[in-house]
Design a protein. Structure first.
Length: 445
């Protein structure tokens, strides 16, 4: 059903002032079991009341009633490594395509992301500020976005997609295509790093992303390469901390991770090639690890026989050991997917979450994608664009909620098929999907 027809279906009746989920079992974002049957009242964009008792008739009369029938009510899912602008286009389209078209494509993907149950994403690189604003203003339907803005890299680093004829770079010369679009910015000294970090903060970044080592997608960036110096990383950390937020870095290898930790970064992205000593260091310093269980199909974005494809499989081979080390040393671990260049793979976002059950219990998996991820989001401090509590079902929390047809703790595979199993999706107190009442589905009301 389209948006307009859903809105018309509601014409002539008074808008409810609240939403009441009746007879639901709650996963609160941290517990290992579901609670007993409860009633949950949402008013505005927050959870107002959770009770096992029946609510007064006058209150019920003004609320939109959602009969839970023993289904599971849980927080909206959070993906901590997402690239809002980079999911569907090919690498060539990103470097040569019309930016207006790319934004429209990203808007369609944002809507699909929300309808997969991901009510919040942390965008770790790309020109997402405009899309975030459009979503916040209600122009486009999509998740909350915590944007990093442009990926900050060095010459020859992960994120430097310049062609050979664009080298050498002269300070003050016109920017490369990637820089012009806001996808990545090149910085080759502590002073340049400070400028680029401050620019992203000016534009609205909630956290800063640097690439501390080589990457898969960048053709001229070997995985074993370490990029920023410690002084350059420190400059980024200082600039971010001056704004009350933090730096996270793309890093696979021990040396790139260790250097970043020495510089004071808060979070490591990926870490797939780490060794045991590095895992111990991450744990000792209380550094966050945001890592991913990549699907092998992600390598299909790159041509057969290409260096990028070979690097992808080198990273994939480290996944199992990375999660084992994270669990062994009780590292603070966040869940994300980092899907690039594939609408088809993005549709498996929930499947990639369920895949973590190889290393964690289903309850731990769900907690990681809700309450734990929300803890990392909160480290953006006053740069947080969505003040309030995310990732939990409790009184006073923001009303980002999923009604699941079944018990995802008993059967984590329910999250693999959100079209079937997520019968209600609510973000910020507004219902965007309700298959129990088709007239409300996708209405945003």
């Amino acid at each position: 059903m389209g948006f307009s027809s859903a809105v018309c279906a509601q014409a002539g009746r008074a808008e409810p002032t609240a939403t009441l989920f009746q007879n639901v079992r709650i996963f609160d974002g941290k517990s290992h079991t579901l609670g007993t049957a409860m009633n949950v009242l949402v008013r505005g964009n927050t959870i107002e009341k959770i009770t096992k008792d029946a609510l007064p008739d006058d209150l019920v009369a003004t609320a939109k009633i959602i009969p839970g029938a023993g289904r599971t009510l849980m927080p909206g899912l959070i993906d901590m490594h997402w690239h809002t602008m980079l999911v569907r286009p090919t690498p060539a389209a990103l470097l040569t395509g019309d930016i207006g078209h790319l934004n429209l494509v990203a808007g369609a993907e944002a809507t699909a992301t929300l309808l997969r149950g991901f009510t919040t994403v942390r965008d770790l690189g790309g020109p997402a500020f405009g899309l975030k604003r459009a979503i916040d203003e209600g122009i486009v339907i999509g998740p909350r976005i915590y944007p990093s803005g442009a990926i900050i890299t060095v010459t020859s680093g992960h994120g430097d997609f310049r062609q050979s004829f664009e080298v050498p770079r002269t300070l003050g010369s016109p920017q490369s295509r990637g820089e012009q679009t806001g996808a990545a910015m090149i910085a080759d000294s502590p002073d340049e790093v400070r400028v680029r970090v401050r620019e992203q903060l000016l534009l609205g970044a909630t956290q800063i992303k640097l690439t501390a080592g080589g990457g898969v997608a960048s053709p001229n960036s070997p995985l074993d390469a370490s990029t920023f110096t410690e002084s350059e990383l420190r400059a980024a950390v200082e600039a971010a901390e001056n704004w009350g937020t933090y730096v996270t870095v793309h890093a696979y290898t021990p040396i790139s991770i260790q250097r970043a930790i020495a510089a004071g970064v808060t979070c490591i992205e990926h870490g797939h090639l780490m060794d045991e000593q590095t895992a111990q260091l991450i744990a000792e310093k209380g550094t966050w690890l945001s890592t991913q269980a990549f699907p092998d199909e992600l390598a299909d974005a790159f041509p057969a026989g290409s260096q990028e494809r070979a690097k992808a499989f080198q990273v994939f081979a480290g996944t199992d050991r990375t999660f084992e080390l994270a669990r062994k040393y009780k590292i603070k671990t966040a869940f994300g997917t980092d899907i690039l260049f594939s609408k088809r793979l993005a549709q498996r976002q929930g499947e990639l979450l369920a895949k973590l059950a190889r290393w964690y219990t289903p309850a731990e998996v769900l907690a990681m994608a809700t309450g734990t991820n929300a803890e990392l989001l909160a480290l953006s401090g006053k740069r947080n664009p969505y003040p309030g509590k995310l990732g939990t079902v409790e009184v006073g929390a923001l009303a980002d909620l999923l009604l699941v047809d079944g018990d995802p703790i008993a059967n984590i595979k329910l999250v693999e098929d959100p079209a079937k199993n997520f019968v209600v999706i609510m973000k910020d107190g507004k219902i965007y999907k309700n298959t129990l009442d088709p007239s409300m589905a996708l209405s945003g009301n």
